[in-house]
Design a protein. Sequence first.
Length: 117
Amino acid sequence: METAPVPWLVADEGRVVGFASAGPFRSRPAYGRTAEASIYVAEEARRKGVGRALGEAILEELRNAGYHSAIGVVALPNPDSERLLGKLGFRSVGTIREAGFKLGRWWDVQLWQRVLE
């Protein structure tokens, strides 16, 4: 089964306060029906339902596009992201030590998965 591209979704409250997007999890054909999803919400819009609305919408887009599962990647610690992914039905499936480098240092990243079918 072919999967369709997934658009970017934007939360606009007179200005952009959040977005959700998804792309390939891995480039090999065996992973073609698994997507990596990302959700970002501006600090002043957090805990107001913006992240959950964006997350539910991107998961629906992925389902409709033929994806089987979605992966979320969280740089630790990030309790807000972990809480949001949990509310969206994702489950933590593992942690990779020092896998991300940003802000001048290495970060552990936690992988979360949601089966869509």
